[in-house]
Design a protein around this ligand. Sequence first.
Ligand code: PMT
Length: 409
Amino acid sequence: MLAGKRIVLGVTGGIAAYKAVEVCRLLVDAGAHVVPVLTEGAEHFVGRTTFSALASEPAQTSLWNEASPIPHTALGQSADLVLVAPATARLLSAYASGYSHDLLTNVLIATRAPVVLCPAMHTEMWEHPAVRANIATLRARGAHLVEPEEGRLAGGDSGTGRLAAPARIVAEVRAVLARGADLAGLHVVVSAGGTREPIDAVRVIANRSSGKQGYALAAEAIARGARVTLVSTVDLPTPAGVDVRRVQTAAEMEVAMGDLAEQADVVLMAAAVADYRPVAPAAGKLKKDQGVPQIVLEPTPDILAGLGARKPAGQVLVGFAAETSDLVANAEAKLARKNLDLIVANDVGAPGVGFQHDTNAVTLLQPGGEVDTVTLTDKRAVAKAVLDTVVRIRSAGADHHPRKQTEKA
Ligand code: PMT
């Protein structure tokens, strides 16, 4: 999987920069074509001669001094993958804000290739809210993170923040490249966020969905080569290349999902759709002196059940189930009732699970009774597990109905 792959290896200025030498060697030994890009800070820790001697091309350090007049676009466009190890807090901040002040940050902004970031820093820095926010932004935009490990840090300290072991970094690079194209040529439609049903001109019935799980699915799907359309009620950073349709109400989401799902290969319904809406929202603002309003509700359409009833041959339809009790039994009932190929059940009463959190824990249920669990992890990792299952469902379908799949393609 690594043979012949062109990897830009970004190295930034942290004590762990010496371990990037080993990462470089492992990648080259596995057959990758490695182009090192060192920041000014990195050169305080390791010399460019070391990387030039081990890598496939001389190390590059500057936007201005190289033979190519625009090295960042050449590097970014030709890369199969950009790996940054170690990634300092400063690099994460610059990349998250699009501040492209040196060759490496320019390459990161100029590339459409998958990006793998391997942060390394002191525990206090790793846990700082600014760093956490930058990590969340970068993840939401599709970057892959190799989390730092616990152990000895510079200056005799110990804690979380140590660069992941070189073998682990290389394994993640392999995994990202391996699944890089497994959704290529497919149209994936994702819904995200909670619907907002108007009561009057200023008030809505809403729910706690932040859209994070849906956006993580969109980021993972596009990183794996899909064409992705996101039907969203929220305004989160959009993963590069994802087409977003904004909606507010269940009725608007039903129209958007109905249109898109007709031609989609995979539909992922992560949105939290209101089950009820006011029958007659007031055109203006309800005034206090009119007394306590009596709001009459009516059921919204069950969008997912409608998609299940009209599901085209070969489409994989995935629903979510937000439960606070009887997780598996309730999710199984929805799986059958809505004619789904997969349901992702989350116990939204459990700590760190479901609405608004950066993390989730899910049980994946299929009609044949196959059950998988994903213990508490970040929402991107949940998205990865969901799409891994979708890929397996598609290939099992292709085995059972080879002609149908070929005709569709
Ligand atoms: O957005 P986050 O803050 O990241 O939180 C993620 C999440 C908790 C919202 C997500 O993981 C999740 O569980 N989404 C589904 C929430 C939900 O509405 O679950 P439900 O069990 O009520 O509905 C079952 C399925 O039917 C869902 O796929 C839902 O989108 C769909 N549905 C429900 C009602 C309705 N009128 N139409 C629908 O299509």
